[in-house]
Write a protein that binds this ligand. Structure first.
Ligand SMILES: Nc1ncnc2c1ncn2[C@@H]1O[C@H](COP(=O)(O)OP(=O)(O)OP(=O)(O)O)[C@@H](O)[C@H]1O
Ligand SMILES: [Mg+2]
Length: 485
């Protein structure tokens, strides 16, 4: 047999009879083939190929005239009605498996580092919003534990419900418990590891900036107002004095220097500094006295081990007002963030569960945002978990700097994952995220574990698939289910 060669046109052997099932159609009379038809090359043995356009003649399913339709233009709403079966192609198979893409039925994987490198995302941070009990923490825990298999490490700098402790232990990490009776203490003014190659002066400037920002935001949050210029000077003087007595200052050292300054600053005598720093001293004293004594009032007694796959700070034993808890979370996260400021630490997730508690404190939010700006350079992706986007509107008034800050934090999250929202909240969420009407209509109907994922300019509805082992480990419902079940 002669070797087969292109063009792969249909070949009908000479004299072959087609087999017809059912009634045979009337015979086809072929029109005379033009001698120069380039489509129908003759073979040497006399057999003819079919023309590339198919067999000609009546009932051959071939039109003599090319089908020409006028182009139709319509809005995406109208065209979606005519052809509703379009779905996003997905983000590819890189990264951790999250679950099923509800629109296309395919699997959905997500990796902020890969998507950032591909230009799909402009930053690796993510925001996760949803009403109570819809599976936000469960998703975050799946992302965390599955990421560890990809060599990532995970840090939870404040876990007010203590629900990450079992997860950390299960993956070979640790959970540091803070609170009365635990005997653990962390110093939020710890410098953290010094990056290689950083000159002495740069290193001092960086640690001073971090400590100053933390103390300023804690004081502002506690006082509920911005600091006056004289108070800023008093705080600078106190930090300076605390540094003179120890290379690693502590909160009690700063409080003591605020309430009883012994040296003067340019433009302020010790008496003036004592007067200006009095409110500040009492505001910060709350963190080192009373219920919170033993938590942040001295050098750290626990060591941060960067080689562990997961480290969490369990704050479940700490009780107090929302504002106090927010300040505690800030101190705890400042300690952990300092420890994470190592550019050689690899790619890491920092997960702020229950972050809505911090959102109401503009000063703490500002500190967090400045921290986020640095995190991209350190290979860190932050995941912020809140209930609703209007948590951001609870900050300051509509035109305030605080509100702009809160919005800025949203802008710093290229990935937004929205779990079920109350109907009243949908419009607000849609405006914040720039959702289409179809995406917005989905929000109240999302079931537990289902979320609308906005990844850069792409949108997906994803059903988080959790394994039985994961669910047993992540369960936060145990105490709500009757014992008989
Ligand atoms: N994808 C899922 N598949 C099956 N069960 C799930 C899924 N996601 C969450 N759950 C179940 O729902 C319960 C509540 O989930 P989770 O604690 O994650 O909610 P949450 O949104 O974080 O709530 P809260 O706002 O109170 O923190 C969990 O105990 C878990 O068992
Ligand atoms: Mg939760």
């Amino acid at each position: 047999m002669a070797p087969w060669s292109a063009p792969a046109a249909f070949y009908e052997p000479a004299g072959a009879r087609r087999r017809w099932f059912g009634r045979r159609p009337p015979a086809i009379t072929r029109p005379a083939r033009p001698a120069t038809d380039p489509d129908t090359p003759d073979r040497a043995d006399g057999a003819a190929y079919l023309p590339a356009g198919g067999e000609t003649g009546p009932q051959a399913g071939r039109s003599w005239h090319e089908l020409r339709l006028p182009a139709h233009r319509g809005t995406s709403d109208t065209v979606a009605g005519a052809y509703p079966f379009l779905a996003e192609g997905g983000l590819g198979g890189h990264g951790v498996y999250i679950g099923q893409d509800a629109w296309s039925g395919g699997g959905f994987c997500y990796d902020p580092w890969v998507l950032y490198a591909d230009g799909v995302l402009t930053n690796p941070n993510a925001l996760l919003a949803g009403v109570v009990g819809k599976g936000k923490s469960c998703l975050a825990k799946s992302i965390a534990t599955r990421s560890i298999a990809f060599g990532r490490r995970v840090y939870v700098p404040g876990d007010p419900k203590g629900e990450w402790t079992a997860v950390a232990q299960a993956v070979g990490g640790i959970s540091i418990r803070l609170g009365p009776g635990t005997g653990n203490r962390v110093n939020p003014l710890d410098p953290g590891p010094r990056p290689r190659g950083l000159a002495d002066e740069q290193w001092h400037t960086e640690t001073a900036r971090r400590r100053r920002t933390l103390l300023g935001s804690l004081a502002e949050s506690s006082l509920g107002r911005p600091l006056a210029a004289t108070e800023h000077t008093a705080l600078d003087a106190a930090l300076y004095a605390a540094l003179e007595s120890s290379t690693t200052p502590t909160l009690p050292g700063v409080v003591q220097a605020l309430l009883g300054p012994s040296t003067s600053m340019a433009g302020a005598t010790p008496v003036q500094l004592a007067r200006d720093g009095r409110d500040l001293g009492h505001a910060l004293r709350r963190l080192v006295a009373g219920d919170l004594a033993g938590l942040f009032d001295g050098p750290s007694t626990v060591r941060f081990d960067p080689s562990l796959p997961m480290v969490t700070l369990d704050l479940a034993a700490i009780q107090g007002s929302d504002q106090l808890l927010a300040m505690v979370m800030t101190c705890a996260s400042a300690w952990m963030e300092a420890a994470l400021a190592d550019p050689d630490g690899g790619q890491r997730w920092v997960i702020y569960d229950e972050a809505w508690r911090l959102m109401r404190q503009p000063a703490l939010l500002a500190r967090m945002q400045s921290q986020w700006k640095l995190s991209r350079g350190l290979g860190i992706a932050n995941l912020l978990i809140v209930h609703r986007l209007s948590d951001l509107d609870a900050v300051g008034d509509a035109t305030s700097e605080a509100r702009a800050l809160a919005r800025g934090l949203l802008g710093d999250c290229s990935t937004k994952i929205v779990y079920q929202q109350e109907v009243s909240e949908s419009a607000n969420t849609a405006t914040h995220l720039g959702l289409t009407s179809a995406e917005r209509a989905q929000l109240p109907d999302l079931q537990r574990g289902e979320g609308l994922w906005r990844v850069g300019q792409h949108a997906f509805v994803v059903r988080h698939v959790a394994t039985e082992d994961e669910l047993a480990l992540f369960d936060t419902n145990q105490r709500m289910i009757p014992v008989s079940r």
